[in-house]
Structures are given as structure tokens and as C-alpha cells.
Ligand binder design. Structure first.
Ligand code: PLP
Length: 471
């Protein structure tokens, strides 16, 4: 399989090549030249596969330049009961009102990003060792992404991770999760500043061509194609768990920020999985909701992005959205580039003429959930189902309840566990509530922590990295 860029001006590459590349050189995002089509008979054969068996069948369609035996070994090493808490890997449960919850957050950092990151970490190590290369990953995090990357890359040969976080701005649990890792290749840097400052420093280093080249800098952000490919798997798994035959349809409701998670759902649907609708749930930061309602897409700057109680969705520029728009405009790269030129110029773009196509042909709809909705839903699910759900999943449940049609089989993706967001849970359920925690995270706040505090200054980070890497 060959990969093309949504901007159309990049040579075609294979999976292993684009895995380490991030953005395409022309500024676009990589996508397969064609989506594989899964016929009825194949879908029938896949129904009873285990998670790793299914992951192998799906990912090998996209990663066809990795020998099958090697890919199988990587996948079997990734999706284990040990790492994800059960043999099912992504267990499905139903609330009393029939809405399904697909548990994607039982990995090491209690958020859905582990589903793809754990695979990516193992695949990176494999590709680097084949090519005898080394890589230094830099990133900025306000919590979830950074910890998922660190747990995926800890102890991997040929890889160092430098993760910037705002000093004193993360929860005690998030700090403990990242800073307590003992692995020598993980380097936590707490910047005296905000999350945006961390991100600016990462951009500055990335734009420093000499430094980038000399130290093989790379990132693992949500536009990485390997992450999308790994996420396609759980839409199939969730579909099989939610139905008893392939005649049935399922709608997925996805708490969204960068559009990475639901983009994988879109691709599963394009591959022929019987998905009825893809329901995009947003919080107060609602640029995607605006688009699906009106056809008008206008990203907002950081200053216009609200800090909410579902912080991992506090995004006003959905970095994976270009992949869907490219499909929507029938893969016209020139038009896609023109639309993103408008965005770069500070304008939005308006595709309201395509709203019917977006809904009818692509199945997309969207809803929005506010702080009060999230709190009510957490309280309501606790009262009726005796479960504590996290604030992001609560946004999904809120929207699913609002938009569900009679008889529609809706499955919400659980994107994090409540234990990560104790403050919001206390607001919804009272501060005496005991939030269940997976055994592996018991007592992590008491472990010794390793973190380097640095001033809000790219030169200081650069100097620190050089010291570490040159021993
Ligand atoms: C990353 C994240 C999201 C948003 O996912 P996208 O792929 O960016 O749309 C939602 N919820 C949680 C808990 C997350 O960590």
C-alpha cells in the first residue's frame, strides 16, 4: 500500500517510511491511496477473532511492508491482558438505557491513547532497529498525550523522550504518572510557564533545522498515521461486541478534540464496516460542532480556547480534520490545500453546500456538552448504573442521549477513566466518593519523582537536551 499526502505534492511512500515522518513535506497529512474494502465474507470471518488476531488482520492491510511474522509479534507483544487488564482488551458494557460504553481506557495511563501509542512504541523500536537509526522524541503535554507517549516508549532501544509540561499545572495523579517513571530514556522537563509555552518551545526546536537534523528530532502527535491505523481496530471490535450479526448497524459516539479518534471511525466506515452514524461530541470548545451544524469551519487561537473540566478536548484546531475534508471533497488535493490556505490566512471555510453529503453519505452528526451537562451525566450514571465515568466520556454519553434515534444502537467510546479527574468527580458526586483505580496505579503518588525544572526558554531546553544526549 502506498500513502499519499492530502496536499498532493509529496512522493508516495510505504508505511514504515511515513511512520517516522509526522506531517508530509508539503504540509499535508498522509492517507492510504485507497482504503481497503472488507467484503461480507471477510467481515463474517473476523467476528470471533481475539483482539490481537483482529488487529493483525486489519493493520497488515496498512503496514504491508512489515513482514507478517514480525507484525504479528509486535501486535501480540502490544495487546496483552497484562497491559490492558482483560483478555477482551476493549470490553463493552451497557447502561440501563441501552447505550453502550466501549472501554478503551484500561491501558497503562488510563486513557484511550494507549490503544494506539502502545502499538506505536513497539513499531518505532522495530523500524528503528531495522534501519539502524535512533530518534529523539520531543513533545509538549498538559497530561494525557505525554504520559501515553512515555509509557509507550519507556525502555525502548534507540529512543529518548523529552516531554515538556507546565510546572505545577497538572494534577497530582498526572504528575506522579509521568515523573515517577524510572527509565533512563525518559526525560521530564517542567517549564515555568503554561502549556502553550511548552508547545511554542517544541515548535522552536522543530524549526531549528540544524538542531533537528543533528539530534534526529521527531514527535508522536495525533496526526501520526500509525496511531490512526491502530485505532481502526477497536471500531471493528466494538461493532462485533455490540451486534449479533453483520446485518445490524451501530452508531459510534466519540468525545473529540483533534478528530484523531473519530477519523479512525470514518476510515472503518469507508472500509465497509456497517456503521450507521458517527456522532462527534464536543465540549465548550465547539469548532467541530459548529462545522457539522453549519458547514462553517473556523479554528480558534489558544486565547479563545476555554479551559474546561474535560481538558483533553480543549482543542480549537482539529489537526486530523484535513483527512476527512480531503475525502469529503472527493480527494481533490488542490481544493484541500486552498481550504487550508484560507485557515492559514486567519479565515475559516464554508462547505454548507456539502452538509447533506456529510450527513447522508458520510454519516456524521455532532452534539455539544457543557460543564453542567457533564456533571449531571456523571451523577445520573452513578445513580442509575452505579458506575463512575470520566468527564470526557460523560460528554459522549450526554450527546448520545440527546441525539439517539428510536432503535438506534449507539456505542460511546470511553476515552479515559474517572480516577484521572478526581476533582470533577468530587464536584458531581461529593468529595467522599471513592473512585475505583486499577491496581497498577495504587500508591504512585508516593513514588520518587524525576523532573528537571527549566525556565520558559527554548535555549535552556536545547542546552539540557545536548547535555543529556552527549553524556
Ligand atoms: C485525546 C483525548 C480525547 C480527544 O481525542 P481526539 O483524537 O483528539 O479527538 C478525548 N478524551 C480524552 C480523555 C483524550 O485523552
Amino acid at each position: 500500500m502506498k500513502y499519499i499526502s492530502t496536499r498532493g505534492r509529496t512522493a508516495h511512500h510505504r508505511f514504515s517510511q511515513i511512520l517516522l515522518m509526522g506531517l508530509a513535506p508539503d504540509g499535508g497529512l498522509f492517507l492510504p491511496e485507497h482504503y481497503p474494502h472488507i467484503d461480507e465474507q471477510t467481515l463474517y470471518q473476523w467476528r470471533d477473532l481475539s483482539y490481537p488476531e483482529l488487529a493483525f488482520q486489519i493493520i497488515k492491510l496498512f503496514a504491508d511492508d512489515i513482514p507478517e511474522a514480525d507484525l504479528k509479534a509486535i501486535i501480540n507483544q502490544t495487546y496483552t491482558t497484562d497491559a490492558f487488564g482483560s483478555e477482551t482488551i476493549t470490553p463493552l458494557r451497557r447502561l440501563h438505557d441501552g447505550i453502550g460504553i466501549l472501554g478503551l481506557s484500561n491501558g497503562p495511563t488510563l486513557a484511550f491513547k494507549d490503544m494506539a501509542m502502545q502499538f506505536l512504541g513497539n513499531t518505532f523500536e522495530y523500524v528503528l532497529s531495522k534501519e539502524n537509526k535512533a530518534l529523539n522524541i520531543i513533545g509538549a503535554t498538559s497530561g494525557d498525550t505525554g504520559s501515553a507517549a512515555e509509557y509507550a516508549l519507556r525502555g525502548k532501544n534507540g529512543i529518548h523522550v523529552f516531554m515538556l509540561s507546565p510546572n505545577g499545572k497538572m494534577s497530582a495523579f498526572q504528575r506522579a504518572q509521568m515523573y515517577s517513571l524510572p527509565d533512563a530514556n525518559i526525560h521530564n522537563i517542567a517549564i515555568d510557564g503554561m502549556f502553550d509555552d511548552c508547545q511554542d518551545i517544541v515548535k522552536t526546536l522543530q524549526n531549528d533545522e540544524l538542531f533537528k537534523e543533528k539530534y534526529q528530532l521527531s514527535t508522536v502527535n495525533s496526526i501520526n498515521w500509525g496511531r490512526i491505523a491502530a485505532q481502526i481496530v477497536y471500531y471493528f471490535k466494538g461493532y462485533f461486541a455490540a451486534t449479533s450479526s453483520n446485518e445490524e448497524k451501530v452508531s459510534f459516539c466519540v468525545p473529540s478534540g483533534n478528530f484523531g479518534n473519530v477519523c479512525a471511525g470514518h476510515i472503518a466506515r469507508m472500509m465497509g464496516l456497517p456503521i450507521h452514524r458517527l456522532i462527534v461530541a464536543t465540549n465548550e470548545n465547539d469548532v467541530l460542532y459548529e462545522f457539522f451544524k453549519s458547514g462553517y469551519y473556523k479554528p480558534r487561537v489558544a486565547a479563545q480556547t476555554r479551559v474546561t473540566s474535560s481538558p483533553s478536548m480543549d482543542i480549537s484546531k482539529a489537526s486530523n480534520f484535513e483527512r476527512f475534508i480531503f475525502d469529503l471533497v472527493d480527494r481533490d488535493a488542490t481544493q484541500t490545500e486552498a481550504l487550508w490556505d484560507e485557515i492559514a490566512a486567519g479565515n475559516g471555510f464554508n462547505l454548507h453546500l456539502l452538509l447533506d453529503k456529510i450527513r447522508e453519505q458520510y454519516g456524521f452528526v455532532s452534539g455539544k456538552s457543557l460543564h453542567s451537562n457533564r456533571i449531571d451525566t456523571i451523577a445520573n450514571v452513578y445513580a442509575n448504573d452505579n458506575q463512575i465515568i470520566d468527564p470526557h466520556t460523560a460528554d459522549g454519553i450526554t450527546v448520545a442521549r440527546n441525539l439517539r434515534e428510536a432503535g438506534e444502537n449507539v456505542v460511546c467510546l470511553e476515552t479515559a477513566l474517572a480516577a484521572k479527574f478526581a476533582d470533577t468527580i468530587a464536584e458531581a458526586l461529593g468529595s467522599n466518593i471513592n473512585i475505583p483505580r486499577p491496581a497498577v496505579t495504587e500508591g504512585i503518588e508516593d513514588l520518587p519523582q524525576r523532573v528537571q525544572v527549566l525556565p520558559n526558554n527554548a535555549a535552556a531546553v536545547k542546552m539540557y537536551m545536548k547535555e543529556v544526549l552527549n553524556g
